[in-house]
Write a protein that binds this ligand. Sequence first.
Ligand SMILES: CC(C)(COP(=O)(O)OP(=O)(O)OC[C@H]1O[C@@H](n2cnc3c(N)ncnc32)[C@H](O)[C@@H]1OP(=O)(O)O)[C@@H](O)C(=O)NCCC(=O)NCCS
Length: 148
Amino acid sequence: MPPLREYRPSDFDALWALDQICFPRGIAYSKRELREFLELPASFALVDEDNSHVAGFIVATVVEEAGYIITIDVHPDHRRTGLGSRLLTAAESRLSAAHVEAILLEVAVDNEAAIAFYKRHGFQMLRRLPQYYSTGDDAWRMAKPLSR
Ligand SMILES: CC(C)(COP(=O)(O)OP(=O)(O)OC[C@H]1O[C@@H](n2cnc3c(N)ncnc32)[C@H](O)[C@@H]1OP(=O)(O)O)[C@@H](O)C(=O)NCCC(=O)NCCS
């Protein structure tokens, strides 16, 4: 299993294409949104490559005292193999080293797979955000405290 690697600008189109596969229209990022997230000063992205194809990636950042998972995308052919967990664990280590107190994220309330995944990783529902997405769908804000 090759190690995760840092995002490179030449990965951009592959990441965007995978995001379109992973999320429904209106929740998947536009190219502009994804680029803006990747270019935030504190952002980082980790990539898993399988025979020159991006099998999964995670984008995270730091906002004030909190770490923030912007997205985790695992290609459907690679799900339930532990890849999402590897990506999240690696990002948590990076955020922990940045001395954040907690990690936050938003997830669509009907995204049962992701909610189960995040709960398995120690995240809890914090509050429901009405009409968070442009589709009108609500999100859960989930959080995980990090021990210092
Ligand atoms: C959510 C997602 C990242 C999980 O990635 P993954 O590589 O399949 O996750 P893992 O294999 O590491 O799963 C770890 C655990 O999470 C839970 N889990 C993951 N997918 C699940 C599902 N579809 N249903 C129920 N539990 C699930 C399980 O407890 C799983 O352990 P198990 O396989 O031993 O039962 C992946 O489904 C995905 O990319 N979905 C589309 C994009 C998305 O919703 N991203 C998250 C919102 S930002």
